[in-house]
Ligand binder design. Structure first.
Ligand code: NI
Length: 261
């Protein structure tokens, strides 16, 4: 059994309503030593903080996901962000996230501009608090890079990495970490595997992004941190190292990035 750190899982999701406590309580005995649960809006950030205070192996991130800012007035957004900033002072909160840009559903230039503004606001928040950030970048690689470059003091991880090997090299130059989900276990994942190949072991993290995107051979099932060992195995196979080494190094990377002892 591998000992692993799932650096990104959403246990606030309703898919866990029936068995959340049983599942989370049993994580350490199944090799999941640490879990980081990010928030995506005010409510899910609150839940992330509550889990992190309940289970010693869980930590939280708080923030506003780009998809969730639609429909908020400027005033509501300002209120929510100041509440998130207050929550971020809890010692169990280790990052601001997940934040970033999602252009997949958002085609309108004004709406994309607003995503960029809110992303910048949260980068400034992270800088004030001295916390790292978890970045969601979907079909917005260049604009994400531009914003990250403007905040050289803020440590970043690109979660659920979907870019090319070339783009990964640019992120590495800026000092970013790169995190992979079950996508690397899929048969048609050539692009993601090529990215893993060029990223040095000390810059890689692994995650489930549960409840979505279960890795092979669990594809289509509800995902949970119990499956993150598959990402360690896949990275080991790509890098030509043992699964134990991949698990250990990604664990160390996650602890260092989130400043967890
Ligand atoms: Ni996520």
């Amino acid at each position: 059994m591998l000992t692993v750190f799932d650096t990104h899982a959403h246990y606030d999701a309703e898919q866990f309503d029936a068995d959340r406590d049983t599942l989370l309580s049993g994580m350490p005995e199944q090799g999941v030593e640490l879990i980081l649960n990010p928030g995506c809006d005010l409510e899910t950030s609150r839940k992330a903080v509550s889990y992190a205070n309940r289970y010693p192996w869980m930590y939280a991130a708080v923030g506003y996901h780009p998809e969730n800012i639609e429909g908020l007035t400027d005033e509501q957004l300002a209120d929510h962000l100041s509440e998130i900033e207050a929550m971020a002072k809890d010692p169990r909160v280790k990052a601001i996230g997940e934040i970033g840009l999602d252009y997949y559903w958002c085609k309108e230039p004004a709406a994309r501009k607003r995503q960029q503004e809110v992303f910048r606001m949260q980068m400034r928040m992270a800088k004030r608090l001295g916390l790292p950030v978890i970045i969601h970048d979907r079909e917005a690689h260049l604009d994400s890079l531009t914003i990250v470059e403007q905040y050289p003091d803020v440590k970043c991880v690109f979660h659920c990495y979907s870019g090319s090997a070339e783009f990964a090299k640019q992120l590495l130059e800026l000092g970013c970490m790169i995190s992979f989900t079950g996508v690397i276990t899929f048969k048609n994942s050539r692009k993601a595997r090529e990215a893993v190949e060029v990223i040095p072991m000390d810059r890689l993290m692994i995650e489930t992004d549960a409840p979505y995107m279960a890795p092979e051979p669990y594809r289509g099932k509800r995902n949970s941190s119990l499956y993150v060992y598959r990402m360690a195995e896949t990275i080991a196979e790509i890098k030509g190292i043992t699964p134990e080494e991949a698990a250990r190094i990604t664990m160390e990377n996650g602890k260092r990035f989130f400043e967890i002892d």
